[in-house]
Design a protein around this ligand. Structure first.
Ligand SMILES: [Mg+2]
Length: 407
């Protein structure tokens, strides 16, 4: 069998309806983004599909560049082709998350082909299943939205600190969902938050019994993360922005987190995800793959990986962002009682609905954070101080006292 072609599908995602339970005008998802699907064509009529996340339009270009390495090759030799792609990116300074996204999409499609050739779901080629269903968690911006998710069966809820720490909001969500639901908080690695601020925040969150506190400081600042680690008992999570085992290595080796969060669309591929999980397993660390940037195709790959590793925790699930999510691939994944069934069809078990995917040509390629959106990119700071905020600005964002007044 030989690879004859690699096609790409770039899809504009949006606009988004309010999530269940959201107040009018509130959306659990903002900005605009794209998804990049790929399809590898072979001379024997078997096709494989994959998805790359990170910077999809750039990933699309990278996929076509890497096609020169792959066309004419036997798709069976996945690791060898991965190594060739990896070496091919050396002239670009190795892969980063964009190259990681491109290699991920291609490698995922190679696994899909192998599964179809063997007549087996990918999980069965990876060693078989630990579990039949994968628990997922959703996102909620308000206690009402969190409660609605629990009514839909979700047993895990993530609350974001988008631009400001808000302990009251987390406490209100805890009150709304009760003690039998896992809550996690994502600070999104704010560069303005010092390690000291992050420690104070983590300690304020400790009584709320979180599953984990995610990206409490800029994830590039590993020494700051180490300080936070030493300053709190709350479990920490990070890793959504890195690719490959070399990207996740310091988080694991230094024991900086309890949970690694590789993104299934840009971690480097299914094998890289498995290797990351094995590294984490050796350090008694769990894995909860990031899905915030993903479309519905890479979710299938995440399910196959999580079915086969002992240290799978939960899968992030963006469910209420865009109705097209349920049109551009087939079949559609369904959350039932807080979990998703592991696919059983040969390969990944998903196909691109090309007619639907072609309806959404890309018009916007980056997520737009408006200045009044509560993020750190504010008027007067963008030009001279994007990454740092004054003490007064940080104080305005910390709001740690349990006053009951949400900021
Ligand atoms: Mg995150």
């Amino acid at each position: 069998m030989k690879i004859t072609d690699i096609r790409t599908y770039l899809i504009q995602v949006g606009p988004r309806p309010p999530a269940p339970g959201a107040t009018p005008g509130e959306s659990d998802f903002r900005g605009s983004r794209c998804w990049c699907f790929v399809k590898i064509i072979t001379d024997e009529g078997i096709e494989g599909v994959g998805e790359g996340s990170g910077w999809p339009r750039v990933i699309e270009t990278a996929v076509h560049d890497l096609a020169n390495v792959l066309v004419g090759e036997d798709p069976a030799h996945i690791d060898r082709l991965w190594a060739r792609m990896h070496n091919a990116t050396m002239g670009h300074g190795l892969i980063g998350t964009v190259g990681g996204g491109a290699m991920t999409a291609i490698e995922m499609a190679l696994w899909d082909i192998k599964g179809k050739v063997m007549g087996q779901p990918v999980w069965n080629l990876l060693g078989g299943r630990f579990r039949d269903r994968i628990p997922v968690y959703g996102h909620a911006k308000s206690p009402a939205a969190a409660h609605r998710l629990t009514e839909l069966g979700y047993r895990g809820i993530k609350v974001s600190f988008t631009g400001a720490v808000n302990i009251d909001k987390v406490a209100a969500v805890r009150d709304a969902v009760g003690d039998d639901v896992d809550i996690m908080v994502d600070a999104h690695g704010p560069s303005w938050m010092t390690p000291g601020d992050a420690i104070v925040t983590a300690r304020a969150l400790e009584p709320l019994d979180l599953l984990f506190f995610e990206d409490p400081v800029a994830p590039e600042n590993l020494d700051a993360l180490a300080r936070v680690r030493d300053g709190t008992t709350i479990p920490l999570a990070a890793g959504e922005r890195v690719s490959t085992i070399w990207g996740i290595r310091p988080y694991v080796e230094r024991g900086l987190v309890d949970v690694i969060q590789p993104d299934t669309g840009r971690a480097g591929g299914i094998t890289q995800m498995r290797k990351m999980a094995a590294m984490a397993e050796g350090h008694f660390i769990t894995m909860a793959p990031h899905s915030g940037s993903l479309g519905p195709l890479a979710e299938f790959a995440a399910l196959h990986v999580m079915a086969t590793i002992p240290n799978a925790l939960m899968l992030e699930r963006i469910e209420f962002d865009w109705p097209g999510r349920y049109e551009v691939v087939s079949p559609v994944l369904k959350v039932d009682n807080g979990s998703i069934a592991v696919p059983d069809a040969p390969g990944l078990g998903v196909e691109i609905v090309e007619e639907e995917a072609s309806k959404y040509p890309v018009t916007k390629n980056v997520t737009d954070m408006p200045p009044d959106d509560g993020w750190s990119y504010e008027p007067g700071t963008v030009a001279e101080a994007v990454y740092f905020q004054t003490r007064m600005r940080r104080a305005a964002r910390l709001s740690l006292r349990p006053t009951g007044s949400a900021k």
